[in-house]
Design a protein around this ligand. Structure first.
Ligand code: GLA
Length: 693
């Protein structure tokens, strides 16, 4: 249906959702978001002032609020005009309705400033996208001090907002927080998304995995973001999302415009599970790089945890041979191969191959990896520099800095001023050289610290650095992808610091977390799965005791956990025993037989260790399904678990295989009675394959 107009009411439709707003001269009034209702039934009352202290602007459910007149609530746009006026008065000018797009044109009453509010409809995917463009159509300068893309007004209070907290190594600590007569702010001020809050919102009052109303939205942005939920005294709840106004400003000169990042949002009555599946499909098909989003992901080996900085050609070749024996398809060398990079104290920025470690360059290693039949990948951290590096000694002016302030190091490194053309050329140049001279299929692009002393003296508006940095980085990735379409990119920022829709537009996957402990990972991966698809979630099996938690977990459990995303191996496999290698070979083979279901299937969170003794996740693709189940801790003698599956066809017959046990049951049985599993002992786990016969 797309778009419909009835008088001043505009209805935006997807297969199962309707979004309605009304055009008035003074406001764009939000009317409805949810199930489909006849547009003709809507008739809003005029808003009248209740008291001089309760402005109609704060009472109104606006579609796009801005700083001006009697607005005291959180707003989407704040500007300063060249003459010092810091007050907007936007009037409705025009609306353009297309099949899958609505554009509302607003213009300031006096100043030559135009705002375009844009909705893009993904009808079949049940997703609506929304962004805002601000254009300076006058002569004078305009400073945008704040720009949010998204505003949604929901009737009533008592909503809960869901997001994640966390820190390095503990990305994805889920939380649910009430929104009452106050604000809840989710944000990053670090320059990237970071390991704490993530740029999305989920709002509900009583939803569960499978039931209840859920409103959700994800921001396509990979820098400082801000999401504000506000419970209004007038009985409604607002949610706004966009670029963080912290220390930020964008200047528009004559004729210039700025488009805010897009928010993809939706509504369901069927709980979090439906939301996640919808987002996973949408992200896979519409956001992820198109030249790779339909490809099966290879099993990767990464040597970081095995060697840290102590990389040597011969030793890497040994690891590559072992990786091949186990069944790996992509061999990745991590940090330490370049410059004087023997620890994190030196060498970053010097992108030449270390002669002591690789006397004949990377070629012997790459040739060996290729001869073994694997692809080759390599780690880089292009946005950073160690003060102890040739690059920094030559170009100390290339890092972000303020006059009269010492630059603060973190992990012994500084952030390069990516807004400088020379720096962009240097970064693009070394990567172009690396890719043109070597047979490389995969780049792990890391970013290991947030910004400080964020001064870029080259910028006319210095506070635009927060926006311009990431733009410059992604532009380089985009150009490299164009030139090297067969090279795939992983976004890493000390683990999961760049998990967002902004990065997955250019990168093919995320490094999910530096925490590779399989027990912690169950929680990290569950939080990740709320929004992001399994195909983009790289998970490694590493050694025990785990370097971060000191926990020892059986290899099988570690594998099952990592098999729930795109499988990688990150242990010191030269030291693995024959028994470990045999388990690994078998499990990699098993992963290869089910990975299409994990990477392209629908995900169901069946049980969670957040509130249950077992944890189980099911993936369904057409007539096939796989269920991973984990018992981290044995409870007394209980070892039998019955799990009801989801997403199957009641009328079909399925072959059910859990290790050696094979039986046949109807979809109706599997979904209503369930599969019976025996899990005994701490950290026991299983994978059950279900296939229509
Ligand atoms: C970060 C990454 C790790 C590894 C190291 C290398 O911490 O998250 O996976 O690449 O850097 O220094």
């Amino acid at each position: 249906m797309g778009v419909k107009r009835f008088n001043d009411y505009i209805g935006i439709y997807t297969k199962n959702m309707q979004y309605v707003f009304k055009i008035e001269d003074e406001f764009l009034r939000h009317v409805h978001f949810g199930d489909i209702i006849p547009l003709e039934d809507f008739s809003l009352e005029e808003i009248k002032e209740v008291s001089s202290n309760d402005s109609i602007y704060d009472v109104a459910k606006e579609e796009f609020s801005y700083h001006g007149r009697l607005r005291y609530k959180e707003t989407c746009l704040k500007v300063e005009f060249e003459d010092g006026t810091r007050d907007l008065v936007l009037k409705f000018k025009n609306i353009i309705l297309k099949d899958n797009q609505v554009e509302v044109y607003l213009q300031d009453d006096f100043y030559k400033l135009e705002v375009v509010l844009r909705f893009i409809i993904f009808e079949d995917e049940d997703i609506i996208a929304r962004n805002v463009e601000v254009k300076n159509i006058g002569e004078d300068r305009v400073d945008i001090e704040k720009i949010f893309s998204f505003e949604l007004n929901l009737e009533g209070l008592g909503f809960f907002i869901h997001n994640v907290g966390g820190h390095w190594g503990s990305e994805g600590l889920r939380f649910r927080q009430p929104i009452n007569y106050s604000k809840v702010v989710l944000e990053s001020r670090k320059g990237n998304t970071g390991h704490s809050n993530n740029p999305y919102f989920i709002l509900e009052r009583d939803a569960t995995e499978d039931k209840g109303e859920v409103y959700f939205g994800v921001l396509e942005y990979s820098g400082n973001f801000k999401i504000v939920a506000e419970g209004m005294s007038y009985g409604h709840t607002r949610i706004l999302a966009g670029i963080n106004d912290f220390d930020s400003c964008i200047t528009l000169k004559k004729g210039e415009g700025f488009k805010s990042p897009t928010v993809y949002f939706g509504y369901t009555k069927n709980g979090f599970s439906d939301m996640s599946r919808r987002l996973h499909r949408f992200i896979r098909n519409n956001i992820m790089p198109k030249n790779y989003n339909k490809n099966i992901r290879p099993v990767l080996y990464n040597s970081w945890e095995a060697t840290l900085f102590d990389v040597k050609c011969e030793h890497q070749i040994e690891l590559a041979k072992r990786a091949k024996e186990l069944g790996c398809e992509l061999f990745v060398i991590d940090d330490g191969w370049f410059g004087e990079r023997n620890s994190d104290r030196a060498g970053l920025g010097d992108w030449y191959v270390n002669k002591e470690k690789f006397p004949k360059g990377l070629k012997p290693l790459i040739d060996e990896v290729k001869a073994l039949g694997m692809d080759f990948g390599i780690w880089v951290e292009p946005e950073m520099v160690n003060p102890d590096s040739d690059l920094y000694r030559k170009h100390p002016e290339w890092v972000y800095q303020f006059k009269n302030r010492e630059c603060t190091t973190s992990r012994n490194q500084l952030v390069l001023n990516m807004t400088l053309k020379e720096v962009q050329d240097y970064v693009y140049g070394f990567l172009d050289k690396l890719l043109s001279e070597n047979d490389i299929s995969f780049i792990k692009w890391d970013m290991n610290r947030p910004f400080s002393e964020a001064g870029a003296l080259n910028l006319e508006n210095r506070r635009s650095i927060w926006i311009k940095h990431t733009e410059a980085v992604f532009d380089i990735v985009k150009r490299l992808r164009e030139k090297y379409p067969n090279v795939h990119f992983e976004a890493c920022a000390s683990g999961g610091g760049r998990i967002d829709l902004g990065s997955i537009r250019y990168f093919d996957q995320y490094w999910t977390s530096d925490n590779t402990d399989a027990f912690d990972r169950l929680k990290i991966q569950e939080a990740y799965s709320l929004i992001y698809p399994a195909i983009a979630m790289r998970s490694w099996v590493t050694d025990c005791p785990n370097f971060l938690t000191n926990r020892t977990i059986p290899l099988k459990f570690r594998f099952h956990c990592a098999m729930m995303g795109t499988l990688g191996i990150g242990g010191d496999i030269n030291k693995w025993t024959e028994e470990e290698k045999n388990i690994a070979k078998k499990m990699i083979e098993e992963y290869k037989s089910i990975r299409h279901i994990v990477q392209f299937g629908d995900l169901y969170r069946l049980n969670s260790i957040q509130n249950d003794e077992i944890h189980s996740v099911q993936y369904v693709l057409e007539d096939e399904s796989v269920v991973f189940t984990f018992l981290p801790r044995q409870n007394y003698s209980k070892s039998k678990f019955r799990i009801k599956l989801k997403g199957l066809d009641s009328n079909k017959k399925y072959k059910v295989t859990t290790e050696e046990k094979v039986y046949y049951k109807s979809g109706a049985y599997l979904m209503n009675y369930g599969i019976e599993l025996e899990l005994k002992g701490d950290y026991s786990s299983s994978a059950t394959h279900v296939k229509c016969e």
